[in-house]
Design a protein around this ligand. Structure first.
Ligand code: ATP
Ligand code: MG
Length: 1227
């Protein structure tokens, strides 16, 4: 076991705790925490190696020694403890809320410091992100957006303010008016749109997208604020401990006595809209002071005193509306209501403030007008009295509508303050409520979370998907990183006709609509949808007891949220009673009339097709949900058309306290912020890139003209070589150069214009360039010489080819004639020889025979001439030759007869016989040769046919193999997809659980935390399957401790058990080593550079093993083995370092292995220049080859196996201890 190795183990409270390994299990690893708490058994994929330096921190998480969630969390924690609240993960900024004043962190001198500096050159800062966006505008001429996200209270709005301040201060015109107004807009927007909530004392209850516009010279020319989803319900009611919008309290506390008198305002405590459940005083806010600031800010953005007063009149009117009380009209048999006498004053005040007739207002609040359709009397208008609850609802709806129209007006005023005529580009900063989850959640949370789903998808697409697509397009070889796609969740919400939004709209159109029915339909429509569940599936008593038609659970990217359906239909509908609208439009107060008119116009503008139904309160206008859906689509369109930067705000604790870091809380937020996927991608990704021409443009003024005349790519090459950038720090793509995290800043610093090194750098570049040109020239000359030689060689070869071909053709054409000609010559020789024979005959025979010979000779000669001069076909030639041959044969026979007849001299006769024999033999030889030639020809033809057949068979075999391979690949793909699906479910379950835990912690619910731990959820389905399979085996060793297995191996005499233990032991080692490999050190971390991990086996063996079986292959059932049968085999494999491949001597090392049966028993590592390492199983297992002999492929490796004596010799020479085989143990 890796003694003392520091490991991070999962922990619900701290996120991770540091410990050391105490046991290696089947699927889990047991860690003994250093803080003394109980040992933790966690799955391999939830524990991570820790860096040795526990107090060090890095600016960019990509530079961590180990890139994993535990080290990321630890880095953020250590930095936070040092008051470094900002950290990068590549180009994304993590901002942890400090909850205290950061001193000079945001001072003007800091603004000046960050101005124009590349990201990474200075410590992480929100200013650096703002500056990057600005410089991207300049360099890429493309508008930019900065998405600031995070939970409520994480610091989004503060960060947004700092970004705006930085951009206006660093890159404003300097004139000041516009810049000041851009900054002053904040207190105004916050007064009307922020409120104290349980999570944040200054929570923005609306989303905003602030655009800062720049002219062609990239100077600030103005701005524009778009707002989203103001939380209307807060106007009339707040949760316990929360407050209404700040402006109500500020007005009550801060307005002068005279103003308060005009507005008939008393203390805030007197207002029903402020004193129901909520609190009035906020210890963290000084309402009087805040009111003064708002007054001043309103003035600075150009709102006059009288306009201010008009706004305050509406605010006051809303407060007074809260005090109007109604009572049921018992005298009316159809039911009805009236304003209680004690509230009459309030109605009068409201009427006065809004420029209405008091009686009209009272009538509109207690009744509505009905214009009957065709059936009723034409033109007759009926007044229907509202029931008590209807009157209360109408009054609240009126207050909300009033406040919303006022807020719209405030935003409009703000926008007028920094309006602009023309702009070239803009930086948009999005500050919108982050993901929200409570034990029960309403329509507002639903909309907010829907928005966050969309933003998460944008983040995934921009940071992970598009980034990876770009790598592929540019030809960079970067490993693919998968991420959870949340499109299915977005579809569940916004799909046409079946999505939650459309189902809700559909329900609102029904005559008898109800929240319950909507809920039923939703569950029916999406039975078994992965993202939708019943409240009973949750873990909390409050939601668990909810009926199926009372709510629904959406499994968002950040975790499961349970929504209570009650109120969904009402909140989805903005419409007011028509008579209230008419009343307002007829207001005598021009201001009130105009804000209400534009409010109505805005509603109608968003729904040109919608027609108001007379008197109906059923979805006369486009619903809030649909409106928000189209607003979001617009926003996404804007974001997609810009370059994006991300600021991920993190809330470090639930108490909003400084210096308190709750690891579990933060980890969950880091998960939701997608930081882990980014870290995975950046393991070998390139977050920064610059087009070649961009770099050329940027640096051409800093280098001499000799270099600027180069084309952009060559220029970049020259620049990079000369500045001495390490080759692994950047990569050249097709159009751009890509930098590893943090490396662009390094590069930028080197070529910094004011740097003293500039002259040296320029001369170095020039020198490099000259050298490069010289090298190129040398290379060109050598290439030309090589080419010339190649041409010569080819010319010679051509002659040989031609010669050979001609010869072949000539042979083919003339071979038969040549052969016949040779044979004819032989015939002539024979005839000449016959002449000598004839000499020995008597005269009479002599003359006759000589005449015949001569005739034949003439015949042969004439044929020879003919063969030489004419092309003849083989058959004719053969026939003619055979004819001549036959004649010669018959002549020979005649000669023989003559000889016999004569019998003159014995010697002559003998000579004749010998000659005859010789002639016969030569004839037979010739025939034999011809026969042999025929046979060889036949054999060759047969061989060729055989070869072709074999070739064909091999081809078929290959095709079959390929088919099998394709089928296997397909199967593997399917398995991988299945596994990915399972992983997605497991990951979602983990997030759901994490969220549930946080909620439980927040609400003090102990049951959830105690029931299940984070670790157990991470077990994949596969693990369970594997466990079941193991249970079927003879020896189930899954529950055994690592040390127990080792003890049995070292001491047991039960061979069967021993083998089972060895298999199990090595399997665990394999899993552990696979984990180590997966969590290997980050090559970018400076400290790990040049470090080489201990090798347990030569790379070639590990590669072979990878091909033969996956590391977690289940152990085979132990075979019945006898001790004597266990084979002992010895191997020796060389190590050659890649850089010194092919060189003898020093660079070569040897790896010796002794396998006792299927598992390693002893190992010798002999590295060049290092002391030999001798390892024995049972003692040094963690450093030894964990693979089985079969997996290593050593037995199939030529020359690897050695004799036992060779191993033993080496072992004892190096001083290895005596080895005793477990198989030799006696019982
Ligand atoms: N950089 C910072 N320095 C000091 N205090 C900060 C900083 N950022 C946030 N805070 C503190 O945290 C509080 C909450 O921050 P902020 O209002 O920006 O949260 P938010 O993410 O916008 O929340 P919500 O979604 O509720 O609007 C601030 O009022 C302030 O007290
Ligand atoms: Mg905010």
């Amino acid at each position: 076991m890796d003694e003392g190795r520091k490991i991070w183990a999962p922990d619900n409270v701290h996120g991770f705790v540091l410990g050391t390994i105490s046991d290696l299990g089947v699927d889990t690893i047991t860690i003994q925490p250093l803080n003394g708490q109980d040992a933790i058994a966690a799955p391999y994929d939830s524990v991570f190696p820790a860096a040795d330096d526990s107090l060090g921190d890095v600016d960019d998480n990509c530079k961590l020694m180990y890139l994993n969630e535990a080290t990321l969390l630890e880095n953020v924690r250590v930095r936070y403890s040092k008051d470094k609240i900002y950290t990068y993960t590549a180009n994304i900024l993590i901002a942890v809320n400090p909850y205290h004043d950061m001193g000079t962190l945001y001072s003007s001198s800091q603004v000046a410091k960050y101005k124009g500096q590349s990201l990474g050159t200075l410590p992480p800062h929100v200013f650096a992100i703002a500056d990057k966006a600005y410089r991207d505008i300049r360099n890429l001429r493309q508008s930019q957006s900065i998405v600031v996200s995070g939970e409520s209270g994480a610091g989004k709005t503060e960060s947004t303010k700092y970004i705006i301040r930085y951009l206006t201060e660093a890159w404003g015109t300097g004139a000041g008016a516009i810049e000041q107004r851009l900054n002053e807009a904040n207190p105004v927007l916050e007064a009307f749109g922020n409120a104290r909530t349980i999570r944040n004392h200054n929570s923005s209850r609306f989303g905003k997208f602030v655009e800062i516009h720049f002219d062609a010279e990239d100077k600030v020319v103005g701005g524009f604020v778009s707002h989203y989803l103001l939380e209307k319900s807060r106007v009339c009611a707040q949760l316990r401990g929360e407050r209404n919008y700040h402006i109500f309290y500020q007005l009550c506390a801060g307005a002068s006595a005279e103003t308060r008198k005009k507005l008939h305002l008393a203390a805030a405590e007197g207002s029903k809209y402020l004193n129901k459940e909520g609190v009035i005083a906020d210890p963290l806010t000084n309402d009087v002071k805040a009111f003064q600031i708002v007054q001043g800010a309103l003035e600075k953005i150009g709102v006059s005193e009288s306009d201010k007063m008009k706004m305050f009149r509406v605010v006051a009117a809303v407060l007074h509306l809260g005090n109007v009380q109604f009572a049921a009209d018992t005298s009316n048999p159809k039911g009805g209501s009236f304003v209680q006498p004690q509230s009459k004053d309030s109605v009068d005040v409201i009427a006065e403030l809004l420029g209405l007739e008091s009686s009209d207002l009272e009538a509109a609040l207690t009744g509505r007008i009905m214009t009957p359709g065709k059936a009723g009397g034409k033109g007759t208008v009926y007044r229907i009295s509202l029931k008590l609850h209807e009157a209360v609802a109408a009054c609240d709806a009126f207050a909300k509508a009033l406040y919303v129209s006022l807020f719209d007006h405030v935003v409009e005023k703000v926008n007028q303050g920094f309006s602009f005529k023309e702009s070239s580009t803009y930086i948009g900063i999005l500050d919108i409520a982050g993901f929200e989850f409570y034990q029960t959640n309403g329509y507002e949370q639903f909309c907010i979370n829907y928005c966050n789903e969309k933003l998460q998808q944008f983040f995934n697409n921009r940071v992970l998907k598009e980034e990876q697509e770009l790598y592929v397009k540019e030809g960079l070889d970067v490993e693919v990183v998968t991420f959870a796609d949340n499109q299915d969740c977005i579809d569940l919400i916004e799909a046409k006709s079946v999505g939650i939004i459309d189902l809700l709209d559909e329900e609102s159109r029904l005559p008898q609509s109800s929240d319950m029915h909507f809920c039923q339909v939703l569950h029916d429509k999406h039975k078994k949808h992965f993202r939708l569940a019943f409240p009973r599936d949750t873990k909390f008593a409050v939601t668990k007891s909810m009926r199926d038609d009372e709510g629904f659970v959406v499994r968002h990217f950040a975790g499961a949220v349970c929504y209570k359906a009650a109120g969904f239909i009402d909140k989805n509908n903005d419409a007011l009673h028509e008579n209230l609208e008419i009343l307002m439009i007829d207001s005598k107060e021009a201001f009130v009339k105009s804000i209400f008119e534009s409010y109505l116009k805005k509603q109608e503008a968003t729904s040109p097709q919608s027609k108001r139904k007379s008197g109906g309160r059923k979805l006369a206008l486009v619903s809030i949900g649909s409106k928000f859906k189209s607003q979001l689509a617009d926003l996404m369109g804007k974001l997609k058309s810009t370059g994006a930067s991300f600021v991920r705000c993190i809330k470090p604790n639930l108490k909003n306290a400084p210096s308190t870091f709750m690891g579990g809380e933060v980890l969950s937020q880091l998960h939701s912020a997608g930081m882990m996927s980014v870290l995975d991608l950046m393991d070998d990704g390139y977050p920064t890139r610059t087009p070649f021409h961009g770099l050329h443009e940027l640096y051409k003024n800093r280098v001499p003209s000799t270099l600027t005349s180069l084309d952009a790519k060559s220029f970049c090459e020259a620049l990079f070589k000369t500045v001495g950038m390490h080759e692994s720090d950047y990569k050249f793509g097709e159009t751009s150069v890509f930098f590893r995290p943090g490396k662009f800043a390094e590069f930028d610093q080197i070529v910094e214009p004011d740097s003293g090194r500039r002259t040296a750098l320029v001369s170095k570049t020039v020198l490099w360039f000259v050298k490069a040109r010289w090298r190129k020239a040398q290379y060109a000359v050598l290439s030309i010489i090589k080419l010339m030689k190649k041409i010569q060689y080819r010319a010679n070869s051509r002659i040989v080819i031609q010669k050979t071909a001609k010869m072949y053709l000539a042979k083919k054409k003339h071979q038969q004639r040549f052969k016949i000609a040779s044979k004819l010559k032989m015939l002539l020789e024979r005839l000449t020889f016959m002449r000598t024979l004839v000499q020995s005959l008597n005269k009479s025979s002599q003359e006759r025979l000589l005449a015949t010979i001569e005739t034949y000779e003439n015949g042969v000669n004439s044929m020879l001439t003919k063969v030489k001069s004419t092309e003849m076909n083989r058959i004719v030639l053969q026939a003619k030759y055979k004819e001549l041959l036959a004649k010669v044969h018959s002549l020979l026979e005649t000669l023989e007869t003559a000889q016999k007849q004569q019998k003159v001299e014995a010697s002559n006769a003998t000579a004749m016989r010998v000659a005859f024999e010789a002639e016969k033999q030569s004839r037979e030889e010739m025939e034999l040769r011809e026969r042999q030639e025929d046979e060889a020809r036949k054999e060759k033809a047969e061989m060729e046919a055989r070869r072709k057949k074999e070739e064909e068979e091999a081809r078929k075999q290959q095709a079959l193999l390929e088919q099998e391979k394709a089928a296997k690949a397909l199967q593997e793909k399917l398995i991988a997809e299945e596994e990915a699906k399972k992983m997605k479910i497991t990951e979602q379950e983990r997030r759901d659980h994490e969220l549930a835990l946080r909620l439980a912690q927040e609400s003090g619910d102990q049951s959830v935390a105690a029931k299940s731990t984070r670790q157990s959820l991470r077990r994949s389905v596969l693990v369970t399957e594997k466990q079941e399979a193991r249970a079927q085996q003879k020896h189930d060793l899954s529950q055994w401790k690592y040390a127990e297995l080792r003890d049995v191996i070292n001491t047991s005499c039960d061979i069967e058990l021993l083998e089972a233990c060895r298999a199990e032991f090595h399997r665990r080692l394999k899993v552990y080593h696979a984990w180590k490999l997966k969590n290997k050190k980050n090559v970018d971390a400076a400290t790990s550079k040049g470090e080489e991990d201990h090798k347990r086996a030569p790379d070639a063996i590990i590669e072979t093993a990878k091909l033969s079986s996956p590391p977690e292959a289940a152990p085979k059932k132990p075979q019945e083995v006898q001790p004597a049968e266990v084979p002992q085999r010895y191997f020796r494999v060389p190590f050659v370092r890649p850089s010194q491949k092919g060189q003898p001597g020093q660079s070569k090392g040897w790896w010796y292995a002794h396998f006792d049966g299927n598992w390693i028993a002893r190992q010798i590592d002999m590295y060049p220049g290092k002391k030999p390492v001798l390892l024995v199983a049972g003692k040094n297992d963690i450093d030894m080859c964990e693979l089985s002999l079969t997996e290593t492929g050593l037995t199939r490796k030529k020359g690897a196996e050695i004799l036992p004596q060779q191993f033993e010799e080496q072992w004892s020479r190096l001083g290895g201890p005596q080895y005793s085989r477990p198989a030799n143990r006696k019982k």
